[in-house]
Structures are given as structure tokens and as C-alpha cells.
Design a protein around this ligand. Structure first.
Ligand code: SAM
Length: 373
């Protein structure tokens, strides 16, 4: 990436001073409009999060994968802690979650509500920990190699001036077989310098967005399996000034999952989901193309076969040799395929979903200059 980029200090200022709450954002990058259908336990965990934490949520997706009970999870750019607290409930007392963020104001909200959530979830010991640090250098935050089962992140990687370092660090701290599952904003192509140097648009999670094909290549360079697209949502540019600078550029919010695994063997296999996961007795969604039906065997390629045999999914799948001429579902990667038609124009982007002001997020407590006022 040749263009000069906005510094981490500018992002810190945006999340530490400019914004007071979700409603201050100028786009719907902050909203949950595009979240896929949630299972009951996830809905309940998110609903249980304290209103003051929710009021400073700036995520662009749902970064809670299935099958996380007992897992040790790291949230990159945890902000005020909404996802961490929901995950804290879902992993249970035997699991834990660490949130890393560089902005004191966001961390302070999270610190302040740890005890509230511990008590609410009935845990003897708290299973959350928040750490101040940079996601490009988790070693400095004292996070060790092979420490986590899952790394999540919600609308943060785009804010980093060094996305490859973030992916490399996520890979380092994951255990073998661990998963990176994260939501972020992507573009179709490289953005022009005029956009990339705009501090407000960078803070709004747009100007730092990666072309999606770069995510695929960076992830592979870091050692991950090919990122699998889980879900997408259109991005609404409701602010006129922002829309004027962005013109016809297209953005999408997308959630991807990728795993830390040794290179796959060359053969695919036949896999059968056993239907043993609670709340997923009938079917288990895996990515945007593939939902496993309980008891139904499916031919999968070598990559997916390896994922299902060498990760936390291994205990819930039965695997047998595949046939060499079988047709397998391709790994979905392009987040622009299947977006609503109206996203084909900049005007359409503005109409695609409601802006943040229409979201039923809790009130913004401190007085702030707001896009809703
Ligand atoms: C868009 S907000 C998302 C926060 C949170 N994930 C959520 O969903 O509410 C971005 C957060 O990432 C943090 N952040 C951005 N760049 C960072 C970096 N390089 N290192 C650590 N934290 C960073 C910011 O301080 C901010 O709290």
C-alpha cells in the first residue's frame, strides 16, 4: 500500500475524544443491521450486556462463532467490551476472554463493568480481562504464542496502519487448530489517496478498509487457511460530506473465518455433522455457502476436511474417505457477490440500510456533537 496512512494517534483521538457513543458515527458501519440470524443464547448474551457498554459499541458484524463453550478467546480492539461480555457469558465459567484496545476511554468503560457482568452471570471468578495495547504488537501486551482457541475482532483491523502485522500476531497467539473469526469493512479495489488520508473517514472505518483480495493474500502469507466468507452487510454512507468524498466507491461489511492449521493433505473427504451441538441440533451453518444438516454426509475439499478434523469441530463430525470425482462446495471469498442490487450505485449505498441514527441503541450519555442531532 503506497499511500500515506492515518496514524494510530488519530484513531485514538477519534475513539477517545471525537465519539461519545454509537450515535455519533456518520455511517451505519456501527450498526447491527446486517447481523445474520442469531441463536437464542447469543441474542440473550448480547441483550444482557450493560447499557453503558452498548452505548459505545462500534462494531460492524457479529463476531461470535458457534461452539465456544470453554474456549479461551481474544478480542482485538475490544472497545467498551460489548462482544467480550457477551462472549464471557457464552464460554461459561471454564472459558475466558481477553480484550485488547489502545484507547483509555473505551477501556475504562470495559473495566468499570467487569464486576457487574461477573455477578450477573453468576461466576465466582471473573473470566474477562482487558489489556491496553496495540493489536499489531500483542507481544508487548504480554500475550504468548499458542495461547487462544479463538481470536475475534469487530470493525478494528481496517483502522490499523499495518493489517498484515495484525494477522501475523493473531496467528502467533492462536493455538494450532485455532480460529480467527472477524468482521471488518472491505473495498473492491485500492482506495484513492484523497480517501485514505481523510482522518474522519479512517476513524469511521472506511478509509482504511482493505481490498478484499488483499485480505485473502495477507492471510495466506501469514499461514492461515483460505478465509471463508461467513456473512456480509451493505454499508450506508448517510453523511453527505462523506458521500461526496467517496463518490462511487463501494464498501461492504464482511465476516470471515480462517484457521491456524498445517497445510492440508491433498484429498477431500465425506463429512457428517452429528447434530450434537446444543441449539444446532438440526443444522449447523458454517459459512455463507455451506450449512451442514445433521446426519447428512457432504463431500468437502481438502482444506475443509482438514478444518473439520483438526479444530474444535473435530468432535462433532464423522469423517470418511471422499470420492475422487465428487463435486464439492467452493470456499466463498468475494463479499460483493450477493449483496443487494441497490449497492451497485453510490446512491443505492445510501439507501441500502438505515443509518446509525435509526438504531435502537441506548442513549448517548455525555453531551456530544452528533449525527443524530
Ligand atoms: C470501531 S471500534 C470497535 C470497538 C469494538 N470492537 C466494538 O465492536 O465496539 C475500534 C476500536 O479499536 C481500537 N483500535 C483501533 N486501532 C487499534 C490498534 N492498532 N490497536 C489497538 N486498538 C485499536 C479503538 O481504540 C477502538 O476502541
Amino acid at each position: 500500500m503506497a499511500a500515506p496512512e492515518v496514524a494510530r494517534e488519530d484513531v485514538q483521538e477519534y475513539y477517545g475524544k471525537t465519539l461519545n457513543c454509537t450515535k455519533d458515527l456518520k455511517t451505519n458501519v456501527c450498526t447491527i443491521a446486517g447481523r445474520p440470524k442469531m441463536i437464542k443464547s447469543v441474542r440473550q448474551a448480547l441483550a444482557a450486556v450493560h447499557d453503558d457498554v452498548k452505548a459505545s459499541f462500534y462494531g460492524c458484524g457479529l463476531t461470535i462463532p458457534p461452539h465456544i463453550e470453554g474456549c479461551r478467546i481474544l478480542d482485538l480492539g475490544s472497545g467498551s467490551g460489548q462482544d467480550c461480555f457477551a462472549i464471557s457469558k457464552l464460554v461459561g465459567a471454564n472459558g475466558s476472554v481477553v480484550g485488547v484496545d489502545m484507547t483509555d476511554k473505551q477501556l475504562d468503560i470495559a473495566y468499570k463493568h467487569e464486576e457487574y457482568h461477573r455477578e450477573l452471570f453468576g461466576y465466582k471468578e471473573k473470566n474477562t480481562r482487558f489489556v491496553k495495547g496495540y493489536i499489531e504488537d500483542l507481544k508487548a501486551a504480554k500475550l504468548k504464542d499458542d495461547e487462544f482457541d479463538i481470536v475475534v475482532s469487530n470493525c478494528v483491523v481496517n483502522l490499523s496502519p499495518d493489517k498484515r502485522a495484525v494477522l501475523q500476531e493473531a496467528y502467533r497467539v492462536l493455538k494450532p487448530g485455532g480460529e480467527l473469526y472477524f468482521s471488518d469493512i472491505y473495498t473492491e479495489n485500492e482506495l484513492p489517496d484523497a480517501v485514505r488520508n481523510d482522518k474522519v473517514l479512517w476513524g469511521e472505518c472506511l478509509a482504511g478498509a482493505l481490498p478484499w483480495k488483499d485480505l485473502i493474500s495477507f492471510s495466506k502469507q501469514c499461514g492461515f487457511t483460505t478465509p471463508r466468507l461467513v456473512s456480509t452487510a451493505p454499508v450506508d454512507i448517510s453523511d453527505e460530506q462523506a458521500a461526496a468524498v467517496l463518490g462511487e466507491l463501494k464498501f461492504v461489511s464482511a465476516t470471515y473465518r480462517m484457521f491456524k492449521l498445517n497445510p492440508s493433505p491433498s484429498d477431500g473427504s465425506k463429512v457428517t455433522y452429528q447434530g450434537t451441538l446444543s441449539e444446532y441440533e438440526a443444522e449447523l451453518p458454517f459459512d455463507s455457502e455451506l450449512t451442514f444438516k445433521a446426519g447428512v454426509s457432504v463431500e468437502v475439499d481438502a482444506d475443509l476436511s482438514s478444518i473439520l478434523q483438526n479444530t474444535r469441530y473435530a468432535s462433532i463430525f464423522q469423517v470418511s474417505p471422499g470420492s475422487s470425482d465428487a463435486t464439492v462446495v467452493k470456499c466463498p471469498t468475494d463479499p460483493f457477490i450477493g449483496l443487494p442490487k441497490q449497492l451497485d450505485s453510490a446512491e443505492g449505498q445510501k439507501k441500502a440500510t438505515n443509518g446509525c441514527c435509526s438504531q435502537p441503541s441506548p442513549a448517548c450519555k455525555p453531551a456530544a456533537k452528533s449525527c443524530c442531532s
